[in-house]
Write a new protein. Structure first.
Length: 201
């Protein structure tokens, strides 16, 4: 009888230890690791541009590519990025006058906070665009420069594949366009809302 009690106690202790080990394994087995946003990123973007050239609204589709680098320290993420976009942004006509942008680019620094697989960030930097003003007497082409700022969110699908949404505003200030019959100063602003996909190395 004593041997039976000892055997039962030994079996119970063995079962309890195994159950605790199983619990420990379940509790300590990690889930899929959170995204690491560190590294070089290459991607494509597409969206819409909405803005104004003087008193005339301008809009159109944009598309292109971006390249950048991020570093991550715990949840803090910083980095830099450049983008290159073809643009179909055009103004509505004001009599014989029209305005358009054919190319947009920006070089910016970024800073944000990672919430697991989601990165929310702000960005600030320098903007560039080619532009063209056309009136009844001719055309004036001008490269314009200004500031760029905005915010976005990036989501990690896998360790290396990412999707993002981003808003950017370009402020180019007043630029003087000269045609054979006129010279006029036009302030240009451009708002971009775009989606993108990238791979990180």
């Amino acid at each position: 009888m004593t041997r039976l009690i000892l055997l039962c106690a030994l079996a119970a202790a063995t079962w309890t230890g195994a159950a605790r080990a199983d619990d420990f394994d379940l509790q300590t087995t990690p889930s899929r690791p959170s995204a690491d946003f560190t590294g070089v990123g290459l991607g494509v973007d597409a969206g819409v541009g909405l803005g104004a050239a003087g008193s005339v609204n301008a809009s159109g589709m944009i598309g292109g590519a971006h390249i950048g680098y991020n570093f991550q320290a715990n949840r803090l993420v910083g980095g830099a990025e450049a983008d290159f976009l073809t643009s179909g942004i055009k103004s509505g006509s004001l009599g014989p006058t029209s305005f358009q942008q054919n190319f947009l680019s920006s070089t910016r620094v970024k800073a944000g906070w990672a919430f697991g697989d989601l990165l929310a960030y702000g960005t600030l930097g320098w903007a560039y665009s080619t532009s063209k003003l056309t009136d009844a007497s001719g055309t004036s082409n001008k490269s314009i420069k200004g500031g760029a700022y905005g915010a976005g969110a990036e989501f990690a699908l896998t360790r290396n594949a990412f999707l993002r949404m981003e808003y950017l505003r370009y402020d180019f200030g007043a630029q003087t366009y000269v045609t054979p019959m006129s010279a006029r100063a036009i302030s240009t602003t451009t708002n971009l809302l775009r989606a993108g996909a990238s791979v990180h190395f």
